[in-house]
Design a protein around this ligand. Structure first.
Ligand code: NAP
Length: 291
């Protein structure tokens, strides 16, 4: 019989594990966070709006880290049901952050907390959310950042493959083209798309290095929606990629932030790798089959 002590790894809880980012965080943990036992929870495990379920789970498992990815993530859904958006994005986040008051807690916010009038945003720029989704995220950020042990990530558009194949903007674009739809893509709406593999690596590095606070997390290059469409169309020559260019000046509907490019120097100074450009990631995918 070996007298070697058995090491018990601390438990990390990842919410939203059936979604794009939560799923990838769990999948990539063995590579970037081998010291943690990672448990990804989905809505099938716990409905986070049911406080009794959350409390019971918490007291049974006693996690040492929480990465909170779950949320009402589609802006249109939040506009239709603002009460649910506030419940899930603000109140559930606040409840989890309170349970996690003595341990690291990482909350996923969004670049949409800005109004897009300035671009190249730094973490100290004032927020000005333009829709319910963004308002709830900005409100949750304030709650989370009240605890100096806690972290807020503001990701840009995140590319990759989700378990349900319909969550990332890359998947949505592909689906639209496969269905023969024509997309109107704005030449004056700017984003810094980032592959989910870089998101997970960056977040696990922040955790391993014990960094708390507010961080922007985006790809190294800014593109208009039109440019993003052109890059994707070139990546999938087999598809009949139908798109027309448009301008926010002609758009009728809820206000859309024009330039949400993010300055990521703060997180970049912590990371051991360069945040990639979406263009280079797509080009590399030609070899690997991604996306
Ligand atoms: N992906 C992006 O481009 C992007 C950009 C900026 C910010 N973010 C933020 O980053 C975080 C992760 O994004 P994501 O793209 O991974 O989102 P996602 O794919 O929509 O995943 C969100 C997950 O939350 C789960 N969820 C919703 N309500 C729940 C409830 N009551 N109980 C338990 N789970 C519940 C959903 O479960 P179901 O699958 O059952 O619905 C889903 O799996 C989100 O907070 C999002 O706002 C994402």
């Amino acid at each position: 019989m070996s007298d070697r002590p058995t090491t018990v790894r601390p438990l990390a809880l990842v919410t939203g594990a059936a979604g794009l980012i939560g799923h990838a965080l769990v999948a990539d943990a063995s590579r970037w966070a081998p010291d943690w036992e990672v448990w990804g929870v989905t809505r099938d495990d716990i409905d986070l709006t049911q406080i009794d379920q959350v409390r019971a789970f918490w007291h049974n498992r006693r996690p040492q880290l929480v990465i909170h990815c779950a949320g009402l993530t589609r802006p249109a859904h939040c506009e239709r049901d603002p009460a649910l958006a506030r419940r899930l994005n603000v109140e559930v986040t606040a409840y989890l952050a309170e349970l996690a008051r003595e341990i690291p807690f990482v909350f996923f916010s969004t670049d949409l907390v800005f109004d897009g009038k300035k671009g190249h945003y730094v973490e100290t720029d004032p927020v000005n959310p333009l829709n319910v989704y963004a308002e709830t995220k900005a409100a949750a950020e304030r709650v989370v950042l009240a605890n100096p042990k806690h972290t807020v990530i503001r990701p840009s558009l995140t590319a990759g493959r989700s378990p349900t194949r319909d969550r990332s903007f890359v998947e949505e674009t592909r689906q639209a083209w496969e269905a023969g739809r024509t997309l109107t893509l704005f030449t004056d709406e700017v984003r810094c798309p980032i592959p989910v593999s870089a998101t997970t690596r960056a977040v696990w590095e922040l955790v391993q290095k014990g960094r708390a606070g507010l961080y922007h997390l985006a790809g190294a290059e800014a593109f208009s929606r039109w440019e993003i469409g052109q890059l994707l169309a070139r990546r999938w020559p087999e598809l009949d990629a139908k798109m027309v260019s448009g301008s926010l000046c002609d758009y009728v509907g809820p206000t859309r932030p024009p330039d949400l490019s993010l300055n990521c120097e703060k997180i970049q100074s912590v990371l051991s790798f360069r945040l990639p450009s979406f263009r280079n990631w797509l080009a590399a995918g030609v070899a690997t089959g991604e996306p």
